[in-house]
Design a protein around this ligand. Sequence first.
Ligand SMILES: O=C(O)c1cccc(C(=O)CC[C@H]2O[C@@H](n3cnc4c(=O)[nH]cnc43)[C@H](O)[C@@H]2O)c1
Length: 208
Amino acid sequence: MQILLVVATEGEALFFGALGLEVAISGIGAVNAALTTLQVAGSSRPDLIINAGIAGAFPGQGLQIGDVALSNTITSASLGAEDRDGGFLNLQKLGFPLHGDLHNRLPAWEGATDLARRLGLKAGEMLTLETVTGTQQTLDKLQHLYPAALTEGMEGAGVALAGLRLEVPVLEVRGISNMVGPRDRESWNIPLALKACRSALERMMAEV
Ligand SMILES: O=C(O)c1cccc(C(=O)CC[C@H]2O[C@@H](n3cnc4c(=O)[nH]cnc43)[C@H](O)[C@@H]2O)c1
C-alpha cells in the first residue's frame, strides 16, 4: 500500500522520515493542510493519506499525554456561525455542505476502527480548530458540541477534505502532547507525543 504522510512542521517530517514513507510538510492549519495534500497527493496518487503529528486530548476520554489516537471521523469543529445567544450554528443548520452532502463531520479511512483495535489504541472523532483551546469556557463549549471527541488539532479536516476531493482515504494519527483546557504550556510534552506517534506508525506499517 502506498502511503503519503502529511505533517505540519519540518521537525515532524524529520522525526517521521525514517519510516521510509512519502512525506509532505503542510505548515500549520487546515488551509495549508488541504492545499498541500491536494497538490502532493494529486500528483503521487497514494492509496492512503495519513495526517500525523501531535494533538490535545479532551479530558474524560481515557487519553493521557504520550498516548496515541486514530480518527474514525474528522470534524471541522469551528466552521459555522455564532448565534445571537452565543450558540453555534453548524454547516448543517446553515445549509452549507462542505463536500457532497457532508457537513462538519467528514468520514476517515474505513479501516481505522479495526486497525486501532488490533494496535490497542483508541479510535474516534478528532476535531480540527483554528485556535488551540486555552480556557475552561472553550473546553466546556467544545465538549457540549462534540461530547465524543477524543482530540483537537489544526490540520486534520483540511487533509480529509482534500482526500475526499481526490477520492483517497484519510486517517489522522496523533500523539497526545497536552490535555485540552486552560492554557498550561509547561505541561505539554511534545517529544513524548512524537515518539509515541512514530512508534504507532511503525506498528501500523506492519499491519496495513
Ligand atoms: O502555545 C504555545 O506556546 C505553543 C507551543 C508549541 C506549540 C503550539 C502549537 O499550537 C502547536 C500546534 C500544532 O500542534 C497541534 N496541536 C497540538 N496540541 C494541540 C491542541 O491542544 N489544540 C490544537 N492543536 C494542537 C496542531 O495540530 C498544530 O500542528 C503552541
